[in-house]
Write a protein that binds this ligand. Structure first.
Ligand SMILES: [Fe+2]
Length: 321
């Protein structure tokens, strides 16, 4: 079964000098449109991407200069430790979202799960999500804490979240978001970005090749360039900038060693699904040779459906497809 978490914890005045963050932002431009799970097979020559840019700042062996400011933030780590009543917090990744002019919401979702031995580097995302929603792999689930930090206050851009589970009304973090962080369980709790201004021209779209970077002039503007043409510009403080920190959580070192010694193989995954499917009287079995066949995903999604949170705003990725 899926366990819904406690409400996230709000921290204020998180970063002593936000200019340091602006420095990291500038040094790591340009930013590229969001890809991934919600946008499979997107044609990068068609203008179908909203102004939602995302870059990794820390991932696997890679870390941008200055990222320790977030990665080893003492109050954030201490809050995660308290939230989970856990001794071991292992900061894992950091990424940044920059958004503007999106008249619909982001998708209401839980963050992508990971299990001992199975993660997005060796297992298709759809299968990881089926593993989560089946509830059959909870024993191997890696508990991940998330902190979301916001640079500034913009028009719209609140966060809607479902701390009491998807069937109970959501709460919102809006207004006075600048330099606050929400620390909690985004893997167990549904959440959604609300529409981001400016709203006058509705949702703007670019191709997957578009880039966001500081404008090459004396202004404080950042500009979006798409196929050689500037298509949008605005001062940095009108973009919704959020920095996401993720850490693996273990109750203690002993539990960490025990879990890490028990890694799932793909064959284990197929076997565990097979046993449950047999018990349910289903003839369907996972075919590891054809994990890219969409009919497998469809079949499993029927048997192990994802929850859908109530009172979610329509997603920008559904509104135009
Ligand atoms: Fe998320």
């Amino acid at each position: 079964m899926i366990h819904y978490s406690d409400p996230p914890v709000l921290l204020r005045d998180v970063v002593p000098d936000v200019n340091e963050v602006i420095g990291i932002l500038e040094r790591n431009a340009p930013y590229t449109p969001l890809g991934g799970w919600y946008r499979p097979g997107v044609d990068d020559t068609a203008a179908t991407s909203p102004l939602w840019f995302q870059n990794d700042w820390v991932h696997a062996d890679f870390a941008v200069e200055g990222s320790d400011l977030f990665m080893w933030h003492e109050e954030v780590a201490a809050t995660a430790r308290r939230f989970y009543d856990a001794e071991v917090v292992v900061p894992k990744s950091l990424y940044v979202n920059v958004m503007a002019a999106i008249a619909e919401s982001g998708p209401a979702h839980t963050d992508n799960p990971a299990f001992e031995g199975r993660n997005r580097t060796n297992t298709p995302m759809w299968l990881l999500r089926m593993m989560l929603w089946s509830g059959l792999f909870d024993r191997w689930a890696i508990v991940q804490a998330t902190s979301i930090w916001w640079l500034n206050d913009v028009e719209g851009g609140g966060l809607r979240y479902w701390p009491d589970g998807p069937e109970k009304p959501p709460q919102r973090h809006t207004d006075r978001m600048a330099n606050t962080a929400l620390v909690g369980d985004n893997h167990g709790m549904f959440h959604q970005v609300e529409p981001v201004g400016p709203f006058e021209a509705g949702t703007r779209f670019v191709t997957g090749r578009a880039e966001l970077a500081p404008a090459q002039d004396d202004s404080s503007d950042w500009a979006v360039t798409d196929r050689g043409k500037e298509v949008y510009r605005a001062p940095l403080d009108s973009y919704r900038v959020s920095v996401l920190w993720k850490a693996d959580i273990y109750r203690n070192e002993e539990e960490r060693r025990r879990l890490q010694a028990d890694a799932l193989s793909l064959e284990d995954v197929a076997r565990i699904f097979g046993e449950d499917l047999a018990a349910r009287g289903s003839d369907f079995r996972l075919d590891l040779e054809h994990l890219d066949d969409p009919s497998q995903q469809k079949a499993l999604a029927k048997i192990y459906p994802e929850a859908r949170p109530i009172d979610a705003g329509p997603s920008v990725f559904d509104a135009y497809s």
